[in-house]
Design a binder for this molecule. Sequence first.
Ligand code: SAH
Length: 507
Amino acid sequence: MGKVILVGAGPGDPGLLTVKGREALEGAGVVVYDRLVSPEILALIPAGAKRIDVGKNAGSHPVPQEEINQILLEEGQKDQVVVRLKGGDPFLFGRGGEELELLAAHGVPFEEVPGITSAIAAPAYGGIPVTHRDFCSSLHIVTGHRRAGAALDIDFEALVRTGGTLVFLMGVSALPDICAGLLAAGMDASTPAAVVERGTTPAQRRISAALAGLPARAAEAGVQSPAVIVVGGVCALAEEFDWFGRLPLKGRTVVVTRPKERSGTLSRRLRALGAQVWEYPCIETVPLEPCPALEEALSRLGEYEWLALTSPAGAEYLWSALERSGRDARALSGVRIAALGSGTARALEAHGLRPDFVPEVYDAAHLGAGLAERARGKVLILRAREGSHALTAALEGAKLEYDDVATYETRYENPRSAALRRAVEEGAVDLVTFTSASTVKGFVSSVGEADFSRILGVCIGEQTAAEARKYGIPVAVARKAALESLTACAVEAVSGMEASKEESRWT
Ligand code: SAH
């Protein structure tokens, strides 16, 4: 028999999935999931696992609860691990208990992995600690859900008497009734209150107001589910503690164009700065296999003084070629290594190889100039087909012998994307990161000819920036060929945009 693991996915920020929850997910044969689970967490589902989407939309229930219970029972009776992934914590207004009843009745083994609940995390990301000794000594979590046509079944007098912080889930449509109920039960009209919509996600909004004014403010802002309502003195701290709202890229949409296998770190960094990240891999690197020229060159490694690598992909394909021929890092012991960009250096270091030279400036010309200064013997260049001529020109200028071997090619991965084009034209995209000239070409080929004046291309290297300018994309150029420098450049550009907005307000 298998087992069913009920896993809390947390409130939205993928970083708030627990370690135990992630482990359960990675070992799942079947995953049954809800609407509120973020795409980043769904991306952790193993490729071979079966996915069952039982997502409910507020008001419409595509998969009735009884049916979900039945699915869990059927899948759980097979010899496999079934993960039931639910938003927030499974047992807090998550019907987790109901789902276990049927399993228990049939003797299907189960476990529960608690999750971080939106009831605490959404206020926290909104700058509101749900308790604070100066304000309250209890926290009450209440559902604002009511059956169609029925009145709210909440004992407002009892709640008001506690003097504790009140958090309402599923309360957006009942917000006016909740506030009216509290006021009628004697709560002070000026009690601080807030609504946190899509808490812990880059799209989070917090609307703060005194209790009596909250429904009007929320309606004005067009607040929609999912949102939590918080009532109590602690809400007065929200401005002072608004750490999430103050993240430098909060509210900005950034398109990441790197190849899929390399977008993770950059996306994570941007999200940590508050950005809404849209991963849109525009290029794909494909190794040339078989690659006789590479095999040939590797069999004559002793002839070369320097080996030059221009990308992490180049470093990885070199390594797999060595492995295929039954060799390891020792094969490179006699040759000096030059690497373009810290990502390439890291890819080498992962295999115990530290490059002897990494140019300060990230482009082929500087790599070439650096080699021209340092090299006396023959240079082996391993890179993409149609690599920049600037590198070989510099070597020729210094009368150095070289072999320029293509080990992979760059393909433009995406067909035309109407959604991306629309987003660019409507100004829904703020920044686009470009890590190479080929990502610029790939991006433009996905969007088509368009007015790019409303986006900002954040580029690594002058070569990349020059490519972007060709298509009329305004650019900011990172100082160094490193992701830290790229994200710092994005932050600087955004604060620049804000400063100029401030200025235009005054002039
Ligand atoms: N088990 C979940 C709650 C499920 S009930 C948990 O522990 O979080 C669904 C309600 O949760 C929504 O109506 C909303 O009130 C709240 N909610 C879920 N995700 C939220 C989010 N990211 N921001 C604000 N509220 C959220």
